[in-house]
Design a binder for this molecule. Structure first.
Ligand code: PLP
Length: 382
């Protein structure tokens, strides 16, 4: 593509060339349908089973606990709507900082008569045990809190929250889409019944993901059909994507430590520069993913800065959601009690395995230049 520097790895990641190689045969030759009994079908089934083992190994789960889905959104929806559909009405409690794949699925349960509660976060974006305990004073059937936030990178103590949910007899789900590949994720240690994963955040292909599920949980599928994935996700499997996801998981585990060290060194370099430029870094005192920095500068619009940086060849994300005629500040920052004016300035740099320290250094120089230019423009306008 272009020679632009890509700093939006929480949005999506580039396909690892080794993953592409592993996928190619499943895209270019007749591989059969995994439900068929002939040799082609058996080959496809074996490939899926190998990927199932790779995903399970990467997150400390048993292969039988892996349900392949069409991505993280579907895994979140299956975890929430699937459980809700298996019982009549109830009460669900979710974190205030959840991704829309969780929060909108929970919102939709209200149409089925479910009650919805939000669990507060503190100013660092952490869900404290006391906040969950407060919400659980009322009988609650289901709890969902993400393992790591996509905007701030703040990591939650899911093992403790999961234990509290279990003490109260609630089913516990965590969205680990952003955590996978960036920190160690161990399903068996997290005290959860279900955990969502996505392939394209770890240099695998888009359109594949998984729900890791405690087999004792009663769940209704979102899709009915041929009974694939233990009848929890019917439909002919996307074999190439599943194969790619499996290998991406294996590579993320094998190379996790060195990737995490490199990311954290680059993030340290970045944030040192950001501090010198006067940035506010959100969630800075909390434990965070090693690749993510979410920050703002007083008086500078996030969207404007994102576009200015894009013109200079740096792809970063803003923290705002653009609706038809307004720019809404990030719901995550508002839930953390950040002033809406400052929140409107938020931009996110999310580093990845293809980034280099030289790119971070070049980014800081460009950022300084653009900030000076934008401040001059603002001063003239005033
Ligand atoms: N959950 C979180 C925390 C995410 O960041 C994302 C993607 O941005 C998703 C879920 C959705 O995953 P997918 O894009 O695979 O549907």
């Amino acid at each position: 593509m272009t020679s632009a520097v890509y700093f939006d790895n929480n949005g999506t990641t580039a396909l690892d060339p080794r993953v592409l190689q592993a996928m190619l045969p499943y895209l270019s030759q007749q591989q059969g349908n995994a439900t068929s009994r002939h040799a082609f079908g058996r080959g496809a089934r074996n490939a899926i089973n190998q990927a199932r083992e790779q995903v399970a190994d990467a997150v400390g789960a048993h292969p039988s606990q892996v349900i392949f889905t069409g991505g993280g959104t579907e895994a979140d929806n299956l975890a929430i709507t699937g459980v809700a559909n298996a019982q009549s009405t109830g009460r669900i409690a979710i974190g205030s900082l959840e991704h829309p794949a969780v929060s909108r699925a929970a919102d939709a349960l209200k149409w089925q008569g479910w009650k919805l509660a939000h669990i507060d976060s503190n100013t660092q974006g952490q869900v404290e045990a006391s906040a969950l305990r407060n919400v659980l004073q009322q009988r609650t059937d289901m709890v969902s809190v993400m393992l790591a936030n996509n905007e701030t990178g703040v990591i939650q103590d899911i093992a403790t929250l999961g234990e509290i949910a279990r003490e109260h007899g609630a089913y516990m789900h965590t969205d680990a889409v952003q955590a996978l590949g960036k920190i160690n994720v161990d399903f068996s240690a997290l005290n959860v019944h279900a955990m969502s994963l996505s392939s394209h955040k770890i240099h695998g292909p888009q359109g594949a993901g998984a729900l890791i599920l405690d087999k004792r949980i009663d769940l209704r599928p979102l899709l009915y059909g041929g009974g694939q994935e233990r009848a929890l996700r019917s439909g002919s499997e996307n074999i190439a994507a599943i194969v790619g996801f499996g290998l991406a998981c294996q590579l993320a585990s094998a190379e996790g430590q060195s990737r995490q060290q490199a990311l954290s060194a680059m993030r340290g370099q970045l944030e040192q520069g950001l501090h010198a430029l006067g940035a506010t870094i959100f969630g800075a005192s909390a434990s965070r993913l090693p690749n993510t920095s979410f920050f703002a500068f007083d008086g500078i619009e996030g969207e404007t800065l994102v576009m200015a940086l894009d013109r200079q060849g740096f792809a970063v994300a803003s923290g705002s959601a653009c609706s038809s005629d307004s720019t809404e500040p990030s719901h995550v920052l508002l839930a953390m009690g950040v002033n809406p004016d400052l929140a409107r300035g938020a931009i996110r740099v999310s580093l990845g395995q293809d980034n280099q320290p030289e790119q971070v250094a070049a980014f800081l120089l460009t950022l300084e230049r653009e900030l000076t230019r934008l401040r001059k423009l603002t001063a003239v306008a005033v």
